[in-house]
Design a protein. Structure first.
Ligand SMILES: Cc1cc2nc3c(=O)[nH]c(=O)nc-3n(C[C@H](O)[C@H](O)[C@H](O)COP(=O)(O)OP(=O)(O)OC[C@H]3O[C@@H](n4cnc5c(N)ncnc54)[C@H](O)[C@@H]3O)c2cc1C
Length: 357
């Protein structure tokens, strides 16, 4: 499991940097602060004014001593270095797409290659688990990081609704990914590795069926041998904690189920899982001290996960808080956890898994 301790390891030999032309020192510092907040990470300031953010997967530093501020990254592998670069570039695009596309990473990567965290894959099997999930098993090479360095990845399938494409992203001149456009555009939703065996070269994920979901439509046409791609891993780790409160909806169940399977046997806590009814519940394996609570959706009772968590008595300091569901509910959960004394950035994971439109 990756954690802050391993992040400080001297093994972090993969490095790149980015001069933030177009941002002044305050804007650059504000950007990094905002990113740290967004990812629930702490920032520290060194005596020479550098800001440093130790993430579970690498280190990001901001140097404001030069004419233009610059970011540098250290990571334990090329895949992870590239994933952090992409995360930073994508957040810079939210500030200004023109500014972000004009920036160039001092890359160790070759222009025109597939990104290092990109994997061509092939469907091995695809089938219904219950009324709401389709399970997909894929095979691909070099899946080691998907088992160890993050639970989530991007599924890469055609946005057009076709079952396959043969045009995939490559590394551009500025070190950023160039994505196919027009009728070759790709859909890239985030999924969770629910089970994996890198030695045998397979990975499984569960796709929740919801109205208008393009990934679900893809599962209906995909069959053994269908080609696709993955990019990752990114975000979310298994947890080595003794006390935990977890809450999540259908999109979070694959992650909850995998985390619970890997908790220490002595762990205690409460888990709230939201589905529509009993037929949608899945088998969960958890330590004996973990109380599992299934909640059933009801229009009369919106935001049930939030209500369940806010109804809990104060938790002991050090209790890990894990919450994933629709964006607005997660925002409210963040406000609630922040108001509690036991909430701690290092001891929490709060993530919007989807956005209601
Ligand atoms: C870290 C992370 C891990 C995730 N893991 C999983 C996973 O293991 N399994 C899984 O099924 N999902 C998972 N999700 C959620 C998934 O990425 C989103 O639901 C995504 O939108 C699915 O893409 P799509 O092609 O089905 O829908 P799209 O075609 O992108 O969206 C179509 C419409 O569906 C709506 N929509 C999206 N999600 C939902 C929903 N849950 N309920 C109702 N409407 C919805 C959108 O608002 C949009 O209007 C995860 C998300 C994150 C961030």
């Amino acid at each position: 499991m990756a954690n802050a301790e391993t992040a400080q390891s001297p093994e972090f030999k993969f490095r790149s940097s980015l001069v933030l032309n177009g941002l002044d020192k305050e804007q650059a510092a504000g950007f990094l602060r905002h990113q740290a907040e967004h990812h629930n990470l702490s920032l520290t300031q060194s005596s020479d004014g550098q800001l440093e953010c130790v993430t579970p997967f690498g280190i990001v530093r901001l140097d404001t001593s030069g004419a233009s501020p610059s970011l540098s990254i250290e990571a334990p592998s090329a895949d992870i270095l590239y994933a952090i670069q992409e995360d930073i570039t994508s957040h810079l695009s939210e500030l200004s797409e023109t500014l972000a596309s004009a920036l160039t990473w001092s890359s160790i990567f070759s222009v025109g290659d597939y990104p290092p965290n990109f994997r061509l894959a092939e469907v091995v099997s695809v089938g219904r688990v219950n009324p709401i999930y389709t399970r997909v098993r894929i095979k691909a090479d070099k899946l080691g990081n998907f088992a160890n360095a993050g639970m989530h990845f991007r599924l890469i399938i055609p946005a057009s609704g076709a079952v396959e494409t043969d045009v995939y992203p490559v590394i551009g001149d500025n070190g950023q990914t160039v994505w196919p456009k027009g009728d070759k555009a790709l859909h890239r939703p985030v999924y969770t590795t629910r089970a994996i065996d890198p030695a045998k070269g397979w990975l499984e994920f569960d796709v929740f069926h919801h109205d208008g979901g393009r990934a679900n439509a893809w599962t209906k046409t995909a069959q053994p041998g269908t080609r696709l791609a993955l990019m990752g891993p990114g975000g979310g780790t298994l947890l080595d904690t003794d006390k935990i409160v977890m809450a999540g909806d259908e999109t979070a169940l694959p992650a909850i189920s995998r985390i619970l399977r890997h908790l220490p046997a002595t762990a205690t806590g409460k888990v709230f899982m939201l589905v529509s009814d009993e037929t949608e519940q899945v088998e969960i394996t958890a330590p004996e001290g973990i109380e599992l609570n299934w909640l059933h959706r009801s229009e009369a009772r919106p935001r049930q996960l939030l209500q369940a968590v806010t109804a809990l008595p104060d938790q002991a300091p050090g209790t890990y808080a894990w919450f994933a569901s629709e964006k607005s509910e997660v925002k409210a959960a963040r406000a609630h956890f922040t108001a509690q004394g036991w909430f701690d950035k290092e001891q929490s994971y709060l993530a919007a898994f989807w956005t209601a439109h």
